[in-house]
Unconditional design. Structure first.
Length: 417
């Protein structure tokens, strides 16, 4: 069935150093067969072999309304026809910034970049420039893109991704990046006391999506907020996954806690590469030309990306009920999965927060990647391969984080249960 895709995979492996892009590689790591997407519309995509899949990955999050969403398509086509004029100011950039400011709490200025990674890198640099301090506290298992390599300092080679207990995860220990434990305020307080006056910022996912949807425990974010205010530390919320997905104002709105700098990506670009970081005027004045932090990029704020982002946020603004619909669908999936997995006696824990949901396999045998890679892991076979055979595409990882999109019908959800 996947013969042609496999041939493509081999070809790609030959010409792309280190293999092909992450979703395909991740799929191979769990013993799956790579799926090459040929075209996509709404909740579905078709692979190179002509198979149709219900898509639960939504490009790892951005496609809130599904594939080939008309307003974004039209905006991109229109802007392309008008010429791209990269590197020149356009009204679109200002308009998108105004839109972000109107939707996200506590934000007065926005700067656009090309990815979530860049947004997080920029936020950290800005926090260092603003405070005049070097040290950053990050949380084991929170993912901030390949900027993790930057946060942890060049050369250390350590990247944290996924649950702190995931195989292959080495927490970074470089001297300027200190590692705390998510949901453990004490571990943060200990680090802060041991580095008095040296911590520039905390960076974290307000809902830890990359650990499999781990929500903040009561008092954790409140405690961090209070500590930051008291010690002059910058609180950075990495809202790349939660922004414009949990609510129009992201986790800050959903949880009622305010960050000093927030970073965005994924949904913001509607499927095009757009990232952003946003903060108060007071903090943002430390960017060049007024401040010490130089921030520019050849393609940052380009009109195609800005047009796509504007179309996406305008669609959300016109249809704020999209968040309620997504949450209802997620709750339906949650209930269905719980029932289905219960009857199969599979040891799992399902985490959900609003429209974010993850299924964790709690049995060590299930998390055995080596046997999975050799195709000997029955749970993975059941999960990934079984789902593929059913025509359902799940994001392959140590846990199942489903990214729902508005185009999914309840019948599509039933197929994944
Ligand atoms: N931060 C979070 C919370 C993410 O989930 C991701 C991507 O998955 C990133 C940052 C990195 O964003 P990008 O892949 O656009 O560089």
């Amino acid at each position: 069935r996947y013969e042609r895709s496999s041939a493509l995979f081999r070809a790609a492996y030959n010409v792309l150093p280190g293999g092909v892009n992450s979703p395909v590689r991740a799929f191979q790591a769990v013993g799956g067969t790579p799926v090459f997407v040929k075209e996509a519309k709404g909740a579905y995509f078709i692979d190179e072999d002509g198979n149709r899949f219900v898509d639960f990955i939504a490009s790892w999050g951005p496609l809130l309304f599904g594939h080939a969403f008309e307003p974004v398509l039209e905006a991109v086509i229109e802007r392309t026809r008008k010429g791209t004029s990269f590197g020149m100011p356009t009204a679109l950039e200002t308009e998108l910034a105004e839109k972000v400011i109107s939707m996200v709490p506590n934000v007065e200025k926005v700067r656009f970049v090309n990815s979530g990674t860049e947004a997080c890198m920029s936020a950290v640099r800005l926090a260092r420039g603003y405070t005049g301090r070097d040290k950053i506290i990050k949380f084991a298992g929170c993912y901030h893109g390949h900027a993790d390599a930057f946060l942890i300092q060049a050369g250390s080679g350590a990247v944290t991704f996924g649950s702190p207990n995931s195989p292959g995860v080495t927490p970074g220990t470089a001297k300027d990046t200190l590692l705390a434990t998510y949901n453990d305020l004490e571990s943060v307080e200990t680090l802060v006391s041991a580095n008095t006056g040296e911590i520039a910022a905390f960076i974290l996912e307000p809902v830890a999506g990359n650990m499999g949807c781990i929500p903040p425990e009561k008092g954790f974010l409140e405690g961090l907020r209070e500590l930051c205010t008291r010690k002059g530390i910058v609180l950075i919320f990495d809202e790349v996954m939660t922004g414009f997905r949990l609510a129009p104002g992201g986790a800050q709105e959903a949880l009622g806690i305010r960050a000093d700098i927030a970073t965005f990506g994924k949904v913001l670009g509607g499927g095009l590469p757009v990232g952003a970081f946003a903060a108060s005027r007071e903090i943002m004045r430390h960017l060049a030309p007024e401040g010490p932090v130089y921030q520019a990029g050849t393609l940052s704020g380009n009109p195609l990306a800005m047009g796509a982002g504007l179309a996406m946020l305008t669609a959300i603004e016109k249809d704020p009920e999209v968040f309620t619909r997504l949450e209802q669908k997620t709750a339906y999936l949650h209930k269905g999965l719980e029932k289905a997995l219960d009857s199969k006696d599979v040891p799992v824990q399902i985490n959900r927060f609003g429209s974010m949901i993850s299924v964790h396999f709690t049995d060590a045998k299930v998390r055995d990647f080596e046997s999975a890679a050799k195709g000997n892991n029955d749970y993975f076979k059941t999960y990934f391969h079984g789902m593929l055979d059913r025509g359902v595409y799940l994001p392959p990882s140590a846990f199942e984080s489903y990214f729902l999109n508005d185009a999914l019908s309840y019948e599509d959800l039933d197929l994944a249960i």
